[in-house]
Write a protein that binds this ligand. Structure first.
Ligand SMILES: NC(=O)c1ccc[n+]([C@@H]2O[C@H](COP(=O)([O-])OP(=O)(O)OC[C@H]3O[C@@H](n4cnc5c(N)ncnc54)[C@H](O)[C@@H]3O)[C@@H](O)[C@H]2O)c1
Length: 66
């Protein structure tokens, strides 16, 4: 991944269906632009993987089952 922007610094983004597919891509892109991302998904294991990936690259993320 790699973080390169601050367009969403000080913002929180809540992305539903972020445990995979398009939602994951949005969650990671928002994180790269400085957002703290709530990775919300019915599949909490998928959400946790995505959140861990973001955090592993220095971003801020929280996995939540919805
Ligand atoms: N992939 C494409 O090219 C494409 C194109 C146009 C439209 N779409 C539509 O966009 C949506 C997402 O596509 P995708 O390819 O990312 O799908 P996907 O199946 O890869 O990802 C969907 C994610 O949503 C989660 N999810 C499913 N039901 C949920 C619920 N009730 N609450 C929370 N999370 C839930 C799944 O666990 C999964 O992580 C779909 O509706 C799809 O039909 C996809």
């Amino acid at each position: 991944m790699g973080f390169y922007g601050d367009h969403f610094a000080e913002k929180v983004a809540i992305v539903t269906g972020a445990g995979g597919g398009i939602g994951q891509a949005y969650a990671e892109a928002l994180a790269r632009e400085g957002a703290a991302v709530v990775v919300a998904d019915i599949n909490v294991e998928g959400a946790q993987k995505v959140a861990d990936g973001i955090k592993g690259e220095g971003g801020t993320a929280l996995a939540v089952r919805v």
